[in-house]
Design a binder for this molecule. Structure first.
Ligand code: ATP
Ligand code: MG
Length: 401
């Protein structure tokens, strides 16, 4: 019987609400992103309604399908909260019936309250009266449940707008942040490890369009890491968080560095070369910054001195969203994101290959520059950028150049 009323998902977006005059740009961006990600769902249309986006689901959409829509939308950057419910006529007896349906679908609960709102005073019943009327209907339908004004298990929202009413009881927090495409572009150094996918995702959640750059050990190693990075990118793609990944076969260059550079400086050299190549790719993509998954002191190359020595290789700002995070926190994020299992698989990436026994932990820039002067860097960078292979993923705000 509930199929008589149109199912909806309401998308709330706190942070965007704070953005003043940019607000409508952000709302449009979020709407486009959500629309693209829901293309396989039974969506009739999505509208902006009094500071929210409302996803109207096709007639006959089941409860389970509506939950799938909500579960997808929840993890889209910019979404602070998603509520599942119904749209109905502005008629009190219909509203009571729909409120009963909505509350019945929330699963286990002991206490509830009604929170009615009226955006248009042309509806004669005010919010206090609606609270009482709908509340009484719910008490009748759920006699063993308690009404509780403070911290109830469920709040049944009743929102009267110009020519309809929205009623919902199921509501879940979203990931928050800003819609992808509202904060420019960044190039992310993306390994198949645990950290860099989380770092990339954090930038996407702040609204950046993320372009990955992956250095593969190919042809000196297998291409396993490339498959893992592709799997990771597909996970990030589900919420529109990755646009493209450049795979750069790096093995031969790494081998060359290992043959010419003093062992202690090798890791710094690999990393400086990676940064320089990533910077060139970033410039091509009109990206404004590099991003890595480094966390202070986590491994030998992540000391302050070494971070300085790698930053020195490029002009672009380098962002490290995980710099102050503990490994366990990063692992938790990776698990929630869905990349942890993939990242836990072994891949002979180019940092494990040609790894010196005692890497320098306090690299001095003059010594680094001296060692680097022996390498044909400019030619290498040209060759590496030239050989970079782009792989595209669905990101509604990115148009490949
Ligand atoms: P991750 O878990 O992201 O692999 P890590 O703990 O293994 O990081 P490092 O190997 O020092 O640490 O790498 C630090 C950062 O350098 C990574 O987070 C990533 O941004 C970048 N990086 C390392 N290896 C690669 C690679 N093969 N391709 C692209 N970027 C890389
Ligand atoms: Mg790694």
């Amino acid at each position: 019987m509930e199929e008589r009323h149109q199912r909806i998902c309401l998308i709330h977006y706190h942070e965007i609400g704070l953005k003043g005059r940019n607000r409508s740009v952000f709302e449009k961006r979020l709407l486009k992103n959500v629309e693209a990600l829901l293309s396989d769902f039974p969506v009739v249309t999505i509208h902006r309604i009094s500071g929210r986006l409302c996803v109207f689901l096709r007639e006959g959409t089941t409860f389970e399908r509506a939950l799938e829509v909500a579960a997808t939308v929840r993890y889209v950057p910019g979404v602070a909260r998603v509520s599942c419910g119904f749209k109905c006529e502005r008629d009190l007896s219909v509203m009571n019936e729909v409120a009963i349906n909505a509350l019945a679908e929330t699963g286990d609960f002991e206490s509830f309250k009604v929170h009615a709102r009226r955006n248009h005073t042309d509806f004669e019943t005010d919010s206090m009266q609606m609270n009482q009327i709908v509340g009484a209907a719910l008490c009748g339908a759920f006699p063993d449940k308690k009404v509780k004004m403070k911290d109830p298990d469920v709040t049944v929202a009743v929102e009267v707008v110009q020519n309809a009413v929205y009623i919902y009881a199921r509501s879940e927090r979203g990931v928050g942040g800003l819609p992808v495409g509202s904060s420019g572009r960044v190039a992310c150094l993306l390994s198949s490890g645990i950290d860099s996918p989380v770092a990339l995702w954090k930038m996407a959640r702040r609204g950046a369009i993320c372009i990955g750059v992956h250095f593969s050990g190919r042809p000196q190693t297998s291409d396993t890491s490339e498959y893992l990075v592709d799997d990771i990118a597909h996970v990030l793609e589900r919420t529109g968080c990755i646009a493209r990944v450049y795979v750069v076969p790096f093995g031969d260059y790494q081998k060359e560095i290992a043959l010419t550079v003093p062992p202690s400086l090798r890791v710094i050299m690999y990393r400086r070369l990676m940064f320089k190549v990533a910077e060139r790719i970033a410039l091509r993509e009109k990206a404004g910054a590099l991003v890595t998954g480094e966390s202070l002191g986590q491994v030998a190359s992540q000391t302050l001195d070494n971070i300085r020595a790698t930053d020195h290789a490029v002009d672009m700002p380098v962002f490290r969203p995980l710099i102050g995070s503990d490994k366990l926190d990063i692992i938790e994020d990776a698990q929630r994101l869905g990349t942890f299992e993939i990242s836990s698989q072994d891949a002979p990436d180019c940092c494990t290959l040609f790894m010196p026994r005692n890497p320098e932990t306090h690299a001095k820039i003059p010594a680094v520059l001296e060692a680097e002067a022996a390498l044909p860097l400019d030619r290498w960078i040209d060759e590496l950028v030239e050989s970079a292979e782009p792989h595209d993923y669905a990101c509604p705000s990115y148009r490949p150049r």
